[in-house]
Design a protein around this ligand. Structure first.
Ligand code: SF4
Length: 363
């Protein structure tokens, strides 16, 4: 890479860059950088833009996010999914408030709870003029194509090569825009499918312009794993349902869902449901309804709901992590699984799981 390539990239960016709510002048507010980068990790820009504005209106400062309850922070991520990010973001905010000042280097930022190498490098680069490149999937793809690197997406080798590529380009024009321009190029021109090579400022130095989709190699797929869960749907006459906040360290941690339990191989879902009910002091009837399908990354989960009625107090006494809530409450930090269970337990019968999934071996 030469200086001319860096210059062409910056000129291209200046001409075509998208206007996005977090793209103010450099150096940027580290809080806004942190929020936007965490949101952008698993959500499309189009959905992040309104979500970012809502979040920043609700929590305009690091201190306001740190002082909020976990439920409030998670609820402010509504519409973007992957709510674990909201909890990690809040933990980082609290650590910074406790620390008394923003850390400015990649190493210091990476020491905050929940901060990965990408987010740390992005905050350091965009808020504190750091020279360590944030390497996301877009940067990795551009680097693989320019260098014609036959490396799989997500591999440590590609990550290292992409960081070296971005560092070299940045040395030719050491401004934070350079990193953002590289990400923008991957997002809008050097796209996974049908990249627009004729419009690309890096074309003169690209080793893949004739056959751009040959690299990077696809990410190795993890085989799907089947699981069975039992769910308790304990409904009260006022329409509320007993929900529990999923414990830290579990799948769906921090979200409000009906009590759930994994069904071990060879055990009946009804037995697990009965154990869940007993632990809550519920000894009434439980009626099974058709299982609902829910996927979490590589897991294909059949969730078997069991419906019971709770009329008065005494069952599942409220605690900070257990409450009767309206399952349709839009402010409830939850997963789409709640809506599926709500439909299954109160609406017409759902189609069988076999109609939606192929054969998956239970493991
Ligand atoms: S020339 Fe094509 S393949 Fe190479 S970086 Fe540009 S868009 Fe990507």
């Amino acid at each position: 890479m030469d200086r001319a390539a860096a210059r062409r990239l910056l000129d291209w960016f200046a001409a075509v860059r998208r206007t996005l709510p977090w793209r103010g002048p450099f150096p940027r507010d580290p809080y806004a950088v942190l929020v936007s980068e965490v949101m952008l990790q698993q959500t499309q820009v189009e959905r992040v833009a309104p979500g970012f504005k809502r979040f920043m209106t609700r929590f305009p400062s690091l201190a306001s996010l740190a002082a909020a309850s976990e439920d409030e922070a998670v609820a402010a991520f509504a519409g973007m999914g992957y709510y674990g990010r909201a909890r990690r973001l809040q933990r980082a905010a609290r650590a910074i408030v406790e620390r008394g000042a923003w850390p400015a280097t990649v190493a210091e930022l990476a020491a905050l709870p929940g901060m990965g190498p990408y987010t740390s490098a992005a905050v350091a680069a965009f808020a504190f003029a750091g020279a360590e490149p944030p390497v996301d999937g877009n940067v990795a793809r551009v680097a693989a194509r320019v260098g014609a690197l036959e490396l799989p997406l997500g591999s440590a080798a590609l990550q290292r090569c992409a960081a070296a590529f971005a560092r070299e380009l940045h040395a030719g024009a050491p401004v934070p825009e350079l990193f953002e321009a590289l990400m923008e190029l991957g997002a809008t021109v050097c796209t996974p499918r049908a990249p627009r090579c004729p419009a690309c400022p890096l074309r003169p130095s690209c080793g893949s312009a004739r056959d751009p989709e040959r690299v990077p190699l696809p990410r190795p797929q993890r085989a799907a794993v089947a699981q069975n869960w039992a769910a308790l749907w304990l409904a009260a006459p006022d329409g509320t349902v007993l929900l529990r906040r999923v414990a830290d360290g579990a799948l769906l941690a921090g979200l409000w869902l009906p009590p759930l339990g994994t069904v071990p191989a060879g055990e009946a879902p009804a037995a697990v449901a009965r154990e869940l009910a007993s632990a809550l002091g519920f000894h009434g009837d439980l009626a099974p309804v058709a299982a609902v399908a829910h996927s979490i990354t590589f897991r294909r989960i059949a969730v078997h709901p069991f419906v019971g009625s709770v009329a008065g107090p005494g069952v599942g006494e409220p605690t900070p992590d257990l409450a009767r809530r309206d399952p349709g409450d839009p402010g409830l930090p939850t997963s789409s699984l709640l809506e599926k269970l709500h439909r299954a337990c109160t609406g017409p019968r759902q189609p069988g799981l076999a109609e939606r999934w192929g054969d998956i071996t239970a493991g």
